[in-house]
Design a protein around this ligand. Structure first.
Ligand SMILES: [Zn+2]
Length: 406
């Protein structure tokens, strides 16, 4: 059990003790003993279990010690949540179901128990049950509606149901009415809804691209950019679409606009841009464009892209000169490896070649992409982080690489 969980458990134990003490005090004043005279012994049993390190028994004892009413409601919710965080989802479900079986509780408390039970079901992978609860909550509770809709997004994302995800996310967008404009609450947790909608559109566009439905793909990507003009993923996909249908000039125009959206993603545009410019007989434009990008936003990835462009169009000597100057300004292991490779191609002996190959393998084995939200490291660019499920938070650490479908 984590320290945090233990802290909550101890706090709950204290809360139970306080509540029992208060109840006992009230009872003696009224000269009435509570109907459940066994409560104090259950509490002390629970405390003993806790002190003995038997946390499972302690939780059971505390739960039995507390009858459900408006005063003890928060304690039951806290216990259920501790259990869910510990991975004991079945027991959390029992506690939250027990709360829902008390219709005498105020509707606000019943709605909260409803929400926590839906979270239990999500943790247990029972997404259909969670979906039903959350849809009811959207209808019944204005206070929990947005949170329930956020959880519905989690479910539809997990099910790859991008149509439903878009429908729910659109309902979360601020209303544009001049009479009664709305904004999301300042404390709302989660990524901005327009950003999510743009990625859901991209997911749909990927499916359309896979079945060669260019019209649908083009329309869906246009919608993605309507939601989020900064969605670099949509622009990369537009470039791919236009290239595949032979609209090379359109592909070049879209890809060359990417630095205005997010300069970190320029290296991802380079391979396709190179092909489109080759097809148009305009390859010389690439070096000039890359140099401009590098001047505006220096990075190792761009330095490598420009060095490779020098090598392809002007030869090894030009690339080496460029790299030496670049490494003097900003040293990097990847840049050094490329420089050694260029040297290796023309002048190195057998031993040097082996050393360079080893260095290259070591550099390639290092993670190239990192999530800015959770720190997840990986070899590929995922649009949806496998670690934290955030969209568009993984960045290139300095290597050009393959884009993996989300
Ligand atoms: Zn992450």
């Amino acid at each position: 059990m984590s320290d945090f969980g233990l802290l909550i458990l101890v706090t709950v134990a204290i809360a139970v003790g306080w509540w029992l003490g208060r109840r006992s005090e009230q009872s003696s004043q009224e000269e009435q003993w509570p109907t459940t005279t066994g409560l104090p012994s259950q509490y002390y049993r629970g405390l003993n279990f806790l002190l003995d390190g038997s946390q499972d028994n302690a939780i059971d004892a505390f739960t039995r010690a507390l009858e459900v009413n408006t005063e003890t409601f928060d304690t039951h919710i806290a216990l259920g949540n501790v259990l869910r965080r510990r991975g004991e989802v079945e027991r959390a479900i029992r506690i939250h179901q027990n709360l829902l079986a008390r219709p005498s509780l105020p509707s606000q408390q019943l709605h909260l128990a409803h929400l926590e039970l839906a979270r239990d079901y999500i943790s247990a992978g029972l997404l259909d049950r969670a979906e039903r609860l959350l849809l009811d909550l959207v209808d019944e509770s204005a206070a929990h509606r947005r949170l329930a809709q956020r959880h519905l997004l989690e479910i539809y994302e997990a099910q790859n149901d991008w149509g439903q995800a878009r429908k729910v996310a659109e309902a979360l967008l601020p209303r544009r009415s001049l009479l009664k404009p709305t904004k999301p609450p300042a404390d709302e947790v989660g990524q901005p809804i327009p950003l999510l909608l743009a990625h859901y559109c991209c997911q749909q566009a990927e499916l359309a691209l896979a079945r060669h439905d260019w019209t649908q793909a083009r329309e869906t990507l246009r919608e993605a950019l309507k939601y989020d003009r900064q969605c670099v993923r949509a622009s990369l996909m537009q470039g791919e679409l236009e290239y595949r249908v032979g609209e090379h000039a359109k592909a070049v125009a879209v890809l060359m606009a990417i630095p205005e959206q997010d300069p970190d993603f320029v290296p991802q545009a380079v391979p396709l841009l190179r092909q489109a410019l080759d097809a148009l007989g305009r390859r010389t434009e690439l070096r000039h464009w890359l140099q401009q990008c590098l001047d505006n936003n220096p990075s190792t990835a761009l330095t490598l892209a420009l060095a490779e462009e020098c090598r392809d169009t002007e030869g090894d000597a030009s690339a080496k000169t460029f790299l030496r100057l670049a490494l003097e300004k900003k040293p990097s292991l990847r840049g050094l490896t490329l420089l050694m490779q260029l040297h290796n191609a023309s002048e190195a002996g057998e031993d040097e070649r082996l050393q360079i190959q080893t260095l290259q393998r070591l550099v390639e084995a290092r993670s190239s992409y990192r999530c800015q939200h959770c720190g997840f490291h990986g070899q590929h660019l995922h649009w949806c982080c496998p670690g934290c499920k955030h969209w568009g938070t993984i960045r290139d650490l300095g290597n050009t690489g393959e884009v993996v479908r989300a």
